[in-house]
Design a binder for this molecule. Structure first.
Ligand SMILES: Nc1ncnc2c1ncn2[C@@H]1O[C@H](COP(=O)(O)OP(=O)(O)OP(=O)(O)O)[C@@H](O)[C@H]1O
Ligand SMILES: [Mg+2]
Length: 418
């Protein structure tokens, strides 16, 4: 840096912090001491797990619920209560093993996590790769038997494990109780996909789902209470309007009753207010935060799409520019998709695969698609964008392959390349 030049950050004014308490309370990973409106669920789960404290195997249980409804938080809370209780009851032999199947989504990883959590003093850790799965399974089974107590295996996001690697590890774990004489295993699965059990073998399904719990989405009043607590922990209670908290809660309640989204909105509005030197957070700040959050989600969603999804979306964007927001038919954008794929030098997919991509883009909320009937001329799928084409185009052009298409100009008919 040349002498005398000020540091980049010297020129950025200090933010005046509105947060007087724990800033981490505005972070979704924060574990609060209380979970308003989930007390009964926590009690029910504690009841299901309670036999373990007397060294009996609790029923296997699966908790279902949409994202952000407190499933992981409740399970973590109950886990810590179990751990506190066993500390004061020397005769209880319980081990809880947490596996995040969003990260560990294969049988090997699950078995290693279990084996390594019940190592005896001085025993070597199991290797993260390399062993034949049968050897690993037999070793883990032996370790559970030697442990001689109850191993509660928490499989958070169990649907990801099953979709990625099938149900064989569940089958093996559930069978351990029939083989071992002392150690027993219980499974606590958590899923936000109600249909994941369709992927299970009937024998696994009936053994795994001995108990189920469903966490329903929060309503606006419940989210309001959760946010009030977070505002108190973080020390922003006196700089935020009550109507702002109510708006934040109402927006998140409309959006699937997701507490995580409500907390994200609150945190982003605090950041917006601090950066612009505001002294108070009002309803308008919450709406600004909502816009920012949506923008961020669109950027993340579009930029992480696979190449052919980007190419499909790019052809829909080009047609949107030509039609000034009008709908495009499958025939029209498939034609264009084929041409732009060739232009960037990749083999195009079949129309059937592109139709699957259209369903995926629809599920992600980026486009809307409808099947339209033309009477005796048959049916076709029509699509239109849910966001401005210039915004989507700008994000797509950040991809190094799509970037080659930056000079393709929308034309009135004839279409580009024709
Ligand atoms: N009842 C509650 N009280 C306080 N905070 C809550 C409550 N429910 C959820 N939260 C907060 O909302 C966020 C999301 O909760 P959590 O991670 O438990 O959801 P989840 O149901 O496991 O979602 P996902 O299916 O996406 O994993 C966390 O920051 C959590 O602290
Ligand atoms: Mg979770």
């Amino acid at each position: 840096m040349p002498e005398g030049r000020s540091n980049l950050f010297d020129r950025i004014p200090d933010v005046s912090p509105l947060v007087k308490g724990e800033r981490s309370a505005l972070d979704p990973s924060f574990t609060p001491e209380r979970l308003p409106h989930r007390e009964k669920d926590a009690e029910q789960l504690a009841l299901i797990l309670s036999p373990s404290l007397s060294n009996y195997r609790p029923s296997n249980v699966v908790i279902f619920g949409k994202p952000g409804v407190g499933k992981t938080s409740v399970v973590k809370f109950v886990e810590s209560e179990v751990n506190k209780t066993i500390d004061s009851r020397p005769n209880s032999k319980v081990k809880i093993v947490d596996v995040n199947c969003g990260v560990v989504d294969n049988s090997y990883g699950v078995l290693v996590s279990i084996g390594n959590s019940i190592l005896e003093n001085g025993e070597e850790r199991l290797p993260f790769t390399g062993w034949p799965i049968d050897k690993l399974y037999n070793t883990v089974e032996e370790k559970i038997n030697n442990f001689g107590g109850i191993v509660i295996v928490v499989l958070d996001e169990i649907d990801k494990l099953v979709k990625k690697s099938g149900d064989s590890v569940l089958y093996q774990l559930l069978r351990i109780n029939e083989i071992t004489s002392s150690g027993k295993v219980s499974i606590l699965g958590i899923s936000n996909d109600l249909r994941f059990t369709d992927y299970l073998d009937p024998r696994v399904k009936s053994r795994l789902i001995e108990e189920t719990m469903v966490f329903y989405p929060y309503n606006a009043t419940q989210i309001y209470d959760i946010l009030k607590d977070r505002a108190l922990y973080s020390g922003i209670a006196d700089v935020i309007d009550d109507t702002a908290i109510k708006t934040c809660a109402a927006l998140a309640a409309q959006d699937q009753g997701d507490a995580r989204r409500a907390i994200d909105l609150l945190r982003i509005s605090v950041e917006i207010a601090e950066r612009s030197g505001m002294k108070k957070i009002d309803e308008d700040t919450i709406y600004d935060a909502k816009l920012k959050l949506e923008r961020d989600v669109v950027i993340e969603t579009v930029s992480t799409l696979p190449l052919h999804s980007k190419l499909t979306l790019f052809s829909i964007v080009l047609l949107d520019e030509i039609k000034k927001g009008g709908k495009s038919t499958m025939g029209e954008f498939y034609d264009l998709y084929e041409k732009i794929s060739n232009r960037v030098g990749v083999d195009n997919l079949t129309q059937r695969r592109v139709a699957d991509i259209v369903s995926e883009l629809t599920n992600l909320g980026l486009i809307e698609s409808q099947v339209q009937s033309f009477g005796r001329y048959g049916r076709t799928t029509t699509v239109n964008l849910n966001y401005s084409s210039s915004k989507i185009k700008e994000i797509l052009l950040r991809d190094e392959v799509i970037e080659k298409l930056k000079d393709v100009k929308p034309l009135q008919k004839p279409l580009p390349f024709s």
